[in-house]
Design a protein around this ligand. Structure first.
Ligand code: AMP
Length: 394
């Protein structure tokens, strides 16, 4: 278990808050402020409790040197708009000048410190650097689930130096993940799609023992189909992973987890938008064709399974969703999951890699119970790994 803001005495305290400000930028401007808006609840709650919020964040990969293009300074205006509070930017994150600057900020202000990764000690979790950071605050709040799979100074080290708790975003994320995989309501179905089996081995291995069914889609389904003796033609298929796919199926079988593969698929001769396509059995792809999506019978089967389920956890698209019409299966299944969620019949949690983009493209994402924007951390959590940033809070 972890503490939350509600368990902390914040009045008059300097509150170091680790946040994720890694927003996409173009020509010096923020193109998607979702992550900035996600900071608001925690900052506002700290202000209400009488604390002084001091934001710690990294940006890009400057590798321990001061890199002007990776400064957090250009984010300030967008951050002010997103969190609805004045922001005072300090152009470093440790040292006496920083300490004094923090003291000078009046009580209703929010302090933003410069990119923590401008110091090599951040990624090394260097005890001396952690100590320097710790001198700036009295309480530590981690609100960056997306970096919780890294044991860095500002994501892990600091938690050992002062009272520590999860921020609102981290709290929501951990609660959603626990509802989906910790103590889920059953039946629980995992949807695992995407390009390759090889990137999802640990994930499939862990899910086998935790969920009742795994619906496999996307390019990685082709490897499983080939393992069942199907012809896959020119489809994306990792032929060297066929034995591994068989091992996963046997592990799932032993654990009472059903592996669900598409019974029909959409194939085309070209990998491009609007390419002529046809629906065929998933066992017999012609030699000159490639499988690019699950077919309508498979989608109907997925929909029925969702209707009988209580929990769905989703990572990866069911087809090559970026190009029409090969987004059809992902879209239809996402819409079904969203409708059941809206009706209160299903808990749906999705995240990792392209998943959020795929679900949002269909317009269905908004009705999911929880969409995680944490890529790597979400996947590591689905793999059953302990996330150092989370472990340090308990
Ligand atoms: P991942 O990053 O592993 O979740 O994979 C997502 C990518 O897999 C997306 O770019 C999809 O277009 C791609 N993908 C899904 N299904 C297929 C398929 N049948 N053939 C080729 N690529 C696919």
């Amino acid at each position: 278990m972890f503490k939350t803001l509600d368990d902390m005495d914040l009045a008059g305290k300097r509150v170091l808050i680790r946040v994720d400000l890694n927003v996409p930028m173009k020509n010096g401007g923020v193109t998607d402020a979702t992550r900035l808006r996600a900071v608001k609840n925690t900052v506002q709650d700290v202000l209400k409790a009488g604390g002084k919020p001091i934001l710690l964040a990294h940006f890009g990969r400057p590798k321990g040197i001061r890199e002007a293009s990776m400064s957090l300074a250009p984010l300030v205006d967008d951050l002010v708009a997103a969190i609805d509070a004045p922001v005072f930017f300090v152009p470093d994150c440790v040292g006496q000048v920083v300490k004094t600057s923090i003291e000078m900020v009046r009580s209703e202000g929010v302090v933003l410190l410069e990119n923590t990764r401008f110091h090599a000690g951040e990624e090394k979790n260097d005890p001396e650097f952690v100590k320097q950071l710790a001198e700036l605050g009295d309480v530590y709040i981690n609100d960056a689930f997306s970096t919780a799979h890294r044991a860095h100074a500002s994501t892990e080290g600091l938690a050992h130096h002062m009272p520590a708790a999860a921020g609102r975003l981290m709290q929501r994320e951990l609660e959603a993940l626990s509802n989906a995989l910790g103590q889920p309501e059953r039946p629980v179905i995992a949807v695992v799609g995407g390009a390759k089996v090889s990137t999802k081995l640990e994930l499939l291995g862990n899910l086998c023992t935790r969920v009742d069914q795994i619906i496999i889609g996307g390019g990685m389904a082709n490897t499983f189909l080939a393992a069942m003796g199907a012809e896959v033609g020119k489809s994306l298929c990792e032929h060297d992973m066929i034995d591994t796919a068989r091992q996963i199926m046997s592990k799932a079988n032993g654990a009472g987890c059903e592996i669900v593969l598409p019974s029909d698929v959409v194939v085309a001769r070209e990998f491009k938008a609007g390419a002529a396509s046809e629906v065929i059995s998933s066992m017999a792809c012609p030699a000159d064709a490639m499988i690019l999506d699950a077919g309508p019978a498979s989608v109907a089967d997925v929909e029925q399974r969702f209707e009988a389920a209580k929990t769905v956890i989703w990572n990866g698209p069911l087809g090559a969703f970026e190009i029409e019409p090969f987004n059809a299966a992902t879209d239809a299944a996402a819409r079904k999951a969203a409708a059941l969620t809206k009706a209160g019949a299903l808990l749906t949690v999705a995240g990792g890699g392209d998943t959020v983009a795929a679900l949002n493209a269909s317009g269905a994402g908004i009705d999911f119970t929880y969409l995680s924007t944490a890529g790597g951390a979400f996947l590591e959590w689905m793999e059953g790994k302990t996330l150092p940033g989370v472990a340090a809070l308990s």
